[in-house]
Design a protein around this ligand. Structure first.
Ligand code: FES
Length: 151
């Protein structure tokens, strides 16, 4: 091998090693801006509208239903928007499904038991030592017996 060929092959080898180490460092877990939230938070896409028919759904105080990723809860009697709450249906922590616990009047995650008020505030952090954030809540409109929430 000539001296020039040796130097060229040496340079190519160094370039390959540098490229490889740069690419492997790009995929490190520490680069995740939300390491405690790998599922993306469980929010609903902006602009999503979900509706329930109050003629057949949410008939009693404490009743709840999930439609298109939105958790609807009846919090009071009467068919006014103030009688209901609408929050995201999946947990901001790691995407567990959220359920309204009528007997305790809070929303609870099925995965790590974090708890929230019907207005989205945090009552209890996850039981795995992680932290969650407040739930997204959605404005409600009522047209006839159709209750709608828009994300
Ligand atoms: S996913 Fe809900 S508390 Fe962990």
């Amino acid at each position: 091998m000539e001296r020039n060929e040796f130097i060229k092959s040496l340079g190519l080898g160094i370039a390959l090693v540098c490229t490889g180490s740069c690419l492997s460092s790009c995929g490190k877990k520490g680069d995740d801006p939300s390491p405690n939230n790998p599922s993306g938070g469980g929010g609903v896409s902006s602009g999503t509208t979900a509706s329930v028919d109050l003629g057949t759904q949410l008939l009693t105080v404490g009743a709840s239903v999930v439609v298109s990723g939105i958790l609807f809860i009846r919090t009071a009697t009467g068919n006014a928007t103030t009688s209901f709450a609408a929050t995201q249906a999946t947990c901001p922590h790691q995407g567990g499904s959220l359920n309204f616990i009528q007997a305790s009047n809070f929303i609870q995650c099925s995965l790590h038991a974090s708890r929230y008020t019907t207005s989205g505030s945090i009552l209890a952090q996850p039981n795995d030592g992680g932290t969650t954030s407040a739930l997204k809540t959605y404005p409600l409109t009522l047209t006839g017996s159709t209750l709608s929430a828009t994300a």
